[in-house]
Design a protein around this ligand. Structure first.
Ligand SMILES: [Zn+2]
Length: 476
């Protein structure tokens, strides 16, 4: 039988607020264990949670970036269950009145067409503590670190609109871009500031029934999200072919073996309204202020780049995928540098070099003004492309001015005609056979002679002038 997949995602995003959600402890889960705690986030009896408005700000900006309708009233419930990482026995979460509903993102589907994927709702909740499993001698023990307890989260719950691993990966990528632009989170699956759970079921293609789903967790990269979903679709098809029914449960993705492993039955405890945190009531003025504070989003920015700079639609779209890259590019464009050239050098030289060095654009020694200075020198033929690549690498290591680096390294391009004529004369004398070949009508020999002249100049000759002078000299 021909099946299609039905996939929905539940995505937890850690908000980058300075403090936790219901107390003033620093929101730094990575610090020394149990350093950032107080009676509220240790969940000691009698401690009353105090909701922090930083979390509401960041959560609202993220919801707006995902095209959601912010609700006038939202409220916290106690999601009741017991686990060692939640010793108070309930988690504060918005089960009945979420902060936002009815969002969407438009992805590019596998057929190249735009496809709208809907978001059912987004709610706020506190994170739980972290369990650390260790061995004490031969005895396995579990330690509890409360640094993460009470950290501010939002959970994004999508509609089951995805039909393939591609849809899910594109959705997560775009969601990450939007939330990064909003400034609410880094959304890193690798660093754990974003966690994606996928609900997957299959049905005969063309039907619209909703069959029993399986939840898959523990994917720590976007690639793993795609791999886990693809694996799970095939596993369910094989189960049905073998006559085994699909049962509701949770599975973990094993990135090494590339399989999903059954973990536990899916459990949902009761949710009761929390009496200690007052409901959140949002006024029109407050919301208007948040909307005004939302920065220019990637699609709008890409359209503007396309209009404002000499860049194609696709180049603009690529450039605006990361806010840091787009901002950097715009700072470079404050200098008289051709846009196409800046885009080319940024994407083919600077970004790959940064990635290799595990550095980020904002922290790099290659500031927009230094990068622009180098590009202007290339544009004015004062340094050739090859030398410029070496100069760029040196800029990562030093704070010296670009011109000093070029002068000290002897990278200035030779554009002096008489100097170049001298070099060319030497090359022609040394390669008489090639000269004869060229004059005999083999135009390809020109490339060889240009290469020899460039080499003779130590790579510093202006290639355009070398070419012109060679043709001039060789043409009787
Ligand atoms: Zn605290």
């Amino acid at each position: 039988m021909d099946y299609e997949a039905v996939v929905g995602l539940e995505i937890h995003v850690e908000l980058n607020c300075p403090t936790k959600m219901f107390c003033d402890c620093p929101n730094r889960p990575g610090d020394e264990p149990n350093k950032n705690t107080c009676p509220i986030c240790l969940w000691l009896p009698g401690a009353i949670p105090r909701f922090g408005y930083e979390a509401l700000d960041k959560a609202t900006l993220a919801c707006l970036a995902l095209n959601c309708e912010i609700q006038e009233k939202s409220a916290f419930d106690q999601k009741v269950y017991y686990y060692p990482d939640l010793p108070k026995g309930f988690q504060l979460s918005q089960a009945h009145y979420p902060l936002a509903r009815n969002g969407w993102l438009n992805i590019i589907g596998e057929d190249g067409q735009s496809k709208r994927l809907r978001i059912h709702h987004i709610h706020m909740e506190e994170d739980v503590a972290k369990l650390v499993h260790e061995m004490e001698g031969k005895t396995p023990i579990s330690l509890v670190d409360f640094n993460r307890a009470g950290a501010p989260l939002i959970e994004i719950v999508t509609e089951p609109d995805m039909r393939s691993p591609h849809d899910a990966m594109e959705f997560v990528r775009l969601l990450r871009t939007q939330i990064r632009y909003a400034g609410s989170s880094e959304c890193s699956l690798e660093a754990g500031t974003m966690r994606v759970d996928a609900n997957i079921s299959i049905r005969p293609r063309g039907t619209d029934q909703m069959n029993t789903k399986v939840e898959v967790k523990n994917m720590n990269s976007i690639r793993h999200v795609g791999d886990a979903i693809a694996y799970e679709i095939e596993r369910q098809k094989e189960s049905l072919a073998a006559g085994e029914p699909i049962v509701l449960h949770t599975r973990l993705w094993d990135p090494v073996k590339k399989v999903t492993i059954a973990m536990r039955g899916k459990f949902a405890g009761p949710c009761v309204p929390d009496p200690s945190v007052p409901p959140i009531l949002i006024s029109r003025e407050w919301l208007a202020d948040k909307i005004a504070r939302l920065p220019e989003m990637p699609t709008v920015k890409a359209e503007r780049f396309n209009r404002q700079f000499d860049l194609s639609e696709e180049e603009s779209f690529q450039l605006c995928g990361e806010k840091e890259t787009a901002d950097y590019f715009e700072q470079v464009m404050a200098f008289p540098v051709p846009a196409r050239m800046a885009n080319h050098w940024l994407t083919t030289q600077l970004l790959p070099a940064l990635k290799e060095r595990e550095e980020t654009l904002p922290a790099s020694r290659v500031t927009p003004s230094r990068f622009a200075e180098l590009l202007m020198l290339i544009d004015r033929n004062e340094v050739n492309a090859n030398s410029a690549k070496t100069v760029l690498m040196r800029l990562f290591e030093t704070d010296l001015p670009v011109l000093t680096v070029i002068e000290q390294g002897g990278f200035s391009q030779v554009s002096d005609a008489s100097e170049l004529e001298g070099i060319i004369a030497g090359v022609l004398e040394k390669h008489a056979a090639a000269v004869a070949d060229y004059r005999g009508g083999n135009a390809k020999t020109l490339g060889f002679l240009i290469g020899q002249a460039m080499q003779a100049s130590g790579g510093k000759a202006n290639p355009k002038m070398v070419r012109e002078l060679l043709i001039k000299t060789l043409t009787p």
